[in-house]
Design a protein around this ligand. Structure first.
Ligand code: DGL
Length: 266
């Protein structure tokens, strides 16, 4: 039994969708969440800059918060900085990214021939999904499209309305995304419009996101490493690097319940 917390971070509040899945699948674990709201969005920034943010955040979670594992709950940060963090902490703490659980689920499914990916510009430009698929000798073809309007649209509260319908249709009708068997929702925000995307496809295209897939992978790793907790001793903590009324409102939508965001400078 290990009651140290699990550290989860994102560029902002999108990663709360991942935190929520973790708290559902691992209810005895304490979560320490850090949303880098002062530096968001990561999706348009260079890998070098994101890398420097990630270094600071991981220090905060491991050194100051004594976390036993780190979850990179952001596709963009996973794409740019996972290898660095994994190599730096090899053998000490498990580091999990949001991309691998999706790739693992897709390559296992031999009915899938062509898979679409929607994500931020930096995630798409990194080519990391294609690279990881090739490394597993998969013959699945990936068709990609950067969809930079989606994250700010969702954050501003536009979903399940005319605006979100128009933006979603515009992106999903793009020539890059035609004739796909499945679509990867390659950004933690997109979980909030998953049902709208599903309606667009009339349920005929399988949708992959990293909420439950990641939480189940984390559970397997914690069990294997003997790091699991079977009793929750402390409350979850949610930190942000900038706090505005709009983040407070969005956080409630992303987590599905009120949470107390604490401002911290790291
Ligand atoms: N959370 C980021 C991701 O999953 C999207 C938001 C951003 O651009 O910072 O890629």
């Amino acid at each position: 039994m290990n009651t140290q917390p699990i550290g989860i971070f994102d560029s902002g509040i999108g990663g709360l969708t991942v935190a929520k899945a973790i708290s559902k699948i691992l209810p005895n674990e304490q979560i320490i969440y850090f949303g880098d709201t002062a530096n968001l969005p990561y999706g348009d920034k260079s890998p070098k800059l994101i890398h420097s943010y990630v270094q600071n955040i991981s220090e905060f979670l491991l050194t100051q918060q004594n976390c036993k594992s780190i979850v990179i709950a952001c596709n963009t940060a996973s794409a740019t900085s996972y290898n660095f963090l994994r190599d730096k902490h090899k053998g000490s703490v498990p580091i999990i990214n949001v991309i691998d659980p999706i790739i693992e689920a897709i390559v296992k499914d031999d009915t899938l021939k062509t898979v679409g990916l929607i994500a931020t510009k930096t995630t798409v430009e990194s080519g990391v999904y294609q690279e990881k698929m090739e490394r597993r000798n998969s013959n699945i073809k990936i068709k990609v499209l950067a969809t930079p309007l989606l994250a700010p649209m969702i954050e501003e509260g536009f979903s399940h309305d005319k605006i979100s319908k128009t933006v979603i249709e515009n992106y999903l009708n793009h020539p890059n995304l035609q004739n796909i068997d499945a679509l990867i929702l390659g950004c933690t925000h997109y979980v909030l419009i998953k049902d709208e995307i599903d309606s667009f496809y009339n349920g005929k295209v399988r949708l992959f996101d990293s909420t439950d897939l990641l939480a189940l992978k984390l559970k397997r790793i914690l069990e294997k490493e003997n790091l699991i907790s079977n009793q929750k001793i402390k409350d979850d903590l949610f930190f942000v690097s900038d706090l505005t009324p709009s983040f407070i409102t969005s956080a409630k939508r992303f987590y599905g319940q009120n949470i107390d965001l604490k401002l911290i400078s790291i």
